[in-house]
Design a protein around this ligand. Structure first.
Ligand SMILES: C[S@@+](CC[C@H](N)C(=O)[O-])C[C@H]1O[C@@H](n2cnc3c(N)ncnc32)[C@H](O)[C@@H]1O
Length: 415
């Protein structure tokens, strides 16, 4: 079973769970790691011993002990309240909160002075009190926005892991575990309280933290990873390992070839949901997880922007940015053509293609992208009226924009 736009890998996972070889591909590196962890699972004891080895190799900063102890002491009660009740004020008055923020600032300065691997930080200060989110005074050139989301010690552990994790299976699995706990609300997550689904902007977080007096919780990343591991169920009987790839769908024939040769068979089923007409900016909304996957810390250029950040790269290369029908249909034609080369004869593909505005996109994809290629036969188009409350896009709330109303599934057979 192949899903060439697999996102976080639910479809290949379901395939592996039902005894098929699930193959996932996605150009977004976050999607790749999440998928890989689901369909190529290393032995749990090997993951745990690798975690222990990493923890033993981590050296805390002795210079920070005094400041860390002061912050722990003064934030202890608030940290507990915030963990059990992540929205709203964790019981601090304004002066106590501001004092904690001064300690955080001193810690940031110390960490960046003592550890050259930390993200960039300048001593430029800003005053965001009583300002609106639009007018917060923070600029990305002052320091990397990642500093705003983590306690400096937690951030340093993340930086250490980011630099230490390699490409062996246990390491790639740990990377996916980190991605899963990077941000969210409650004790399993490493950040200050925020949604798990998408990354917030620094302006929003600064304004919200100020208003609600949120504190940066000191989380031990190794402990949180072990807790996360303990939540994972053992693999059920009948589970089959799959494979994950990360390439542009148009390069899939060449990239998949060695794998298909060694498997001695081609996919017989494809289930996929292609990127829609400019619905979501995956890079921007995943910037925190993409920061973790960056091989090198990106630094701002002359204009203060980090052009080489993975976040920008992902938004530049992913094909979710088609704003007009014509370029979308061309992209789908190229995608269907690439897939035609890797699928088995008589294989079935199911493409989940939502309507956008008044356009029946599934019908347009058949008429203008698939049919002209030859090689496909249309078996049908199924309309799937999803209840609004059950759609993933409900996480966007009022910001969901041009999300699809009706999903249609275009079913094709390779002739
Ligand atoms: C609609 S989403 C799929 C969602 C997935 N079904 C899920 O449940 O998570 C489309 C995916 O296509 C990926 N994508 C966009 N352009 C691509 C390209 N040219 N090649 C491969 N993947 C691409 C995006 O990263 C995104 O994850």
């Amino acid at each position: 079973m192949l899903d060439p736009f697999c996102g976080r890998g639910t479809t290949p996972l379901e395939a592996c769970l039902s005894g098929r070889i699930g193959v996932g591909n996605d150009l977004n590196p976050v999607a790749y790691y999440l998928t890989r962890a689901k369909i190529r699972v290393p032995a749990y004891d090997r993951v745990l011993s690798r975690l222990q080895q990493l923890e033993e190799g981590y050296e805390p900063l002795s210079e920070a002990k005094y400041l860390l102890d002061s912050y722990r002491e003064l934030s202890k009660d608030a940290a507990e309240i915030q963990q059990s009740k992540p929205s709203g004020n964790p019981g601090l008055d304004r002066a106590a909160w501001e004092h904690l923020m001064v300690l955080i600032r001193e810690l940031r300065e110390l960490y960046v002075r003592c550890d050259p691997n930390m993200p960039y930080f300048t001593s430029q200060d800003y005053d965001f009190r009583e300002k609106s989110a639009k007018d917060i005074g923070y600029e990305e050139s002052f320091h990397h926005k990642i500093w705003l989301f983590y306690h400096p010690e937690t951030l340093r552990q993340l930086v250490y892991l980011k630099r230490s994790l390699g490409s062996q299976p246990e390491d790639e699995f740990i990377k996916a575990l980190v991605l899963g706990i990077m941000h969210g609300r409650g004790k399993h997550y490493l950040s200050l309280p925020m949604p798990n689904t998408f990354s917030m902007t620094p302006r929003y977080v600064l304004a919200y933290s100020y208003k609600n007096m949120l504190i940066l919780p000191e989380k031990n990343v190794f402990d949180c990873l072990r807790r996360k591991m303990a939540l994972i169920d053992p693999l059920p009987a009948g589970y089959v390992q799959g494979a994950a790839f990360s390439c542009d769908i148009r390069d899939l024939p060449g990239v998949l070839e060695p794998f298909l040769d060694s498997a001695g068979q081609k996919p017989k089923l494809l289930v996929s949901s292609p990127p829609y007409l400019g619905v979501v900016k995956y890079g921007q909304y995943n910037w925190i997880r993409l920061w973790f996957l960056e091989e090198q810390e990106s630094v701002p250029g002359q204009d203060g922007h980090r052009e080489k950040s993975l976040e920008k790269i992902v938004d530049a290369v992913l094909d979710d940015g088609h704003h007009d029908l014509e370029s979308y249909l061309k992209f789908m034609r190229e995608s269907l053509e690439a897939v035609l080369q890797v699928m088995a004869p008589k294989s079935i593909s199911a493409w989940v293609i939502g309507d956008v505005g008044e356009i029946n996109l599934a019908a347009a994809v058949w008429e203008q992208s698939a049919r002209p290629l030859g090689g496909y036969r249309k078996l049908g188009i199924i309309a799937d009226n999803i209840d609004e409350g059950k759609k993933v896009t409900k996480i966007w709330g009022a910001e969901r924009g041009r999300a699809t109303k009706i999903d249609r599934i275009l079913i094709l057979e390779r002739t």
